[in-house]
Design a protein around this ligand. Structure first.
Ligand code: MLT
Length: 313
């Protein structure tokens, strides 16, 4: 497997701006995390990290493009629990294998899932929401960012727990989906906290519960699903940086080093924590830890999603 760059090129990397592909529309959680960590990474690397939003097919369009790019360190990507965990179960002809076709760089942020609804939704708490969902089934519209996205897979999981079947409305990211939620033109979604925390704090959308064992410091008044009376729906997503397979170990190390420095930077940490993001611990930040996470997530989610019959094709 010939490396794409010589030892000398790896030594002097990076010599020009680096593209980070975000496989969803601008303004969504993956985009926000990419811009926050990318901003500090570019300082360490001494080259601009340019975000390129390539949306479609639940994030698999952008990840496929990134996976097939030159492994020279100048195209990297922000993937997540959907693109690198759910996708194989949902896309039988997926053009990449999350466990084989990447050089993992490192985990960027954990993102607890929150059940959010439009302000006008006729329920004042999670119990009322679930009762309404059971009574109205497909008359209720659930927003998501494409089959295999985090909002889609966690939405499927939620529906299987409360035994309902909403009508699913696809967006190019949960940034655009949130706009429709705020406009009262879609009913609810299960989304990553970093996208919806400001709107919940501002009262422009409703939040029923956070799907984690403990409350989030960013939303101390938001009950957990368990506190709100719902067992069996606990899920957090994660976003992580990957490079294409065959990227030289030296370049992987430089990128990982820049990511780790970003996660240790007080201002960068604060920006992620203020949005309810969870900062990976030291042990969670290595390329090897990310490889293990991807392998375990593909194994974990495949049976859950196949049981829900959620395939995209
Ligand atoms: C986004 O950035 O829009 C989200 O990651 C989409 C999703 O996975 O739900």
């Amino acid at each position: 497997l010939g490396l794409a760059v010589s030892a000398a090129q790896a030594q002097t990397y990076p010599q020009r701006p680096i593209t980070m592909i975000v496989p969803f529309a601008a303004g969504g959680p993956t985009d926000v995390i990419a811009r926050i960590v990318g901003d500090h990474m570019s300082r360490t690397l001494g080259q601009q990290i340019v975000i390129e939003n390539v949306a479609g097919a639940g994030g698999t369009t952008g990840i496929t493009r990134a996976a097939q790019s030159q492994p020279d360190g100048y195209t990297i990507m922000m993937g997540h629990m959907g693109t690198h965990g759910a996708a194989p179960a949902l896309y039988p002809s997926l053009k990449y294998d999350p466990t084989k076709d990447f050089a993992p760089i490192g985990l960027a942020a954990g993102t607890p899932i929150i059940i959010v609804a439009k302000k006008d939704f006729p329920a004042k708490d999670l119990k009322g929401f679930v009762d309404y969902m059971k009574a109205n089934g497909e008359k209720v519209n659930m927003a998501h960012a494409g089959v295999g996205s985090v909002s889609h897979m966690t939405g499927i999981f939620f529906s299987s727990v409360i035994k309902t079947k909403p009508t699913m409305v696809t967006y190019r990211g949960t940034g655009p989906a949130l706009n429709d939620l705020m406009a009262n033109s879609v009913d609810y979604m299960t989304d990553q906290i970093v996208n919806v925390a400001p709107q919940i704090q501002g009262g422009t959308i409703k939040a029923f519960a956070i799907a984690t064992p403990e409350r989030s410091p960013a939303l101390p008044n938001l009950p957990t699903t368990k506190e709100a009376g719902l067992d069996g729906f606990e899920v957090s997503a994660w976003n992580a940086v990957f490079a294409p397979k065959g990227t030289s170990p030296e370049i992987v190390k430089k990128l990982n080093d820049a990511l780790v420095k970003a996660l240790d930077d007080e201002n960068t940490k604060k920006r992620l924590l203020d949005l309810g993001g969870v900062i990976p611990t030291g042990a969670e930040r290595t390329p090897a830890a990310l490889q293990k996470l991807v392998e375990s997530e593909v194994a974990r989610w495949t049976p859950v999603l196949k049981a829900a019959g959620a395939t995209a094709e």
